[in-house]
Design a protein around this ligand. Structure first.
Ligand SMILES: [Zn+2]
Length: 307
């Protein structure tokens, strides 16, 4: 990691040891990269879009990355050794949408942990194809507000990042009539509609985004204290994105950029280009628009605690 990134992190982030976690108020977060997170208040472990495999697929790799190159028409694959080392347990998995960089590792993680999975019907159909039992699956469309044991989640209707210079628009959905056979090809992991989640823990509410986009009226009045904000280049094609996002969510106390990295690079590779392009300008914008907001810049796999 480069010097400025370290400095920003040290300046902005309060890191406390997980052993002193106060279940009433503390929330521990760990960033898997892409839109992937592990959140825990000491009672429940919630994963969001966990995708440790970070396959090199569809181009955009690094010359020093000697791992196999996957085409989108190749069969999906998960690095189960890596996942086992990083994901020992989970109670819930929230899935923003069905794309491979969000859902690709969840068939394995759901089977291994037995976690309850919340996502769209398309996401559920992919997991059913992998044999995940219906007892674990919670198909939602947006608008649900579910109370579980020690944890609740409000499902917020969303829209996908404006990829391909705003020409991306995919209306395909899977349903009970769709025939899918595991293992799927990477390109069978379709979006299937997009969601955001308001995850409520004992001491914190977290609004999680899986895309660089949102429906303004759906975020109105939510006012989380932690916002996992979709921050990547495609947001620059949207009208006044940073201001609208901060204003609509009530200028959250803590904002943490998500989905900002180059997720085709394995852990340990420099993310400097994306830090410079995505994070540094965003931190400056937040300072101007919402001076009392604390921006935390997450580092892959380094747990940190918000009090
Ligand atoms: Zn996507």
């Amino acid at each position: 990691m480069s010097r400025p990134y370290r400095w920003l992190l040290a300046a902005l982030l309060t890191v406390v040891s997980p052993s002193v976690l106060d279940a009433q108020t503390d929330l521990e977060l760990m960033y898997f990269g892409a839109a992937g997170w592990r959140l825990s208040d000491g009672n429940v472990v919630v994963l969001i879009d966990p995708w440790p495999s970070r396959l090199k697929y569809g181009g955009g790799g690094h010359p020093d990355d000697t791992r196999p190159d996957f085409a989108r028409s190749d069969l999906a694959w998960s690095d189960t050794t890596l996942i086992d080392s990083l994901v020992p347990e989970a109670d819930f998995i929230l899935v923003h949408h069905g794309h491979f960089d969000h859902l690709g590792d969840i068939p394995y993680i759901a089977r291994k942990t037995g976690a309850k999975v919340v996502g769209t019907e398309t996401t559920m159909m992919i997991l059913r194809a992998y044999g995940i039992p219906d007892e674990q699956l919670y198909a939602v469309g947006g608008g649900e507000d579910y109370q579980f044991d020690g944890f609740s989640v409000r499902v917020v209707p969303g829209i996908h990042s404006a990829l391909n210079e705003k020409h991306y628009h995919d209306t395909r959905r899977y349903d009970r009539d769709t025939e899918l056979e595991a293992p799927l090809r990477i390109d069978q992991f379709i979006e299937g509609g997009s969601l955001s989640f308001l995850a409520r823990f004992a001491g914190h509410t977290v609004l999680s985004m899986g895309s660089m986009n949102f429906i303004e009226r759906e975020f109105e009045g939510i006012e989380p204290d932690i916002l996992l904000a979709g921050i990547n280049g495609s947001r620059l094609g949207l009208y006044d994105y940073d201001r609208r996002l901060l204003e609509t969510t009530g200028f959250p106390e803590v904002v943490i950029p998500t989905h900002w990295d180059n997720f085709r690079l394995p852990y340990g590779f420099s993310q400097e280009a994306n830090v410079e392009r995505n994070l540094v300008p965003f931190v400056e914008t937040v300072r101007t628009l919402s001076p009392s907001t604390r921006v935390i810049l997450p580092v892959h796999l380094e747990p940190f605690t918000v009090r």
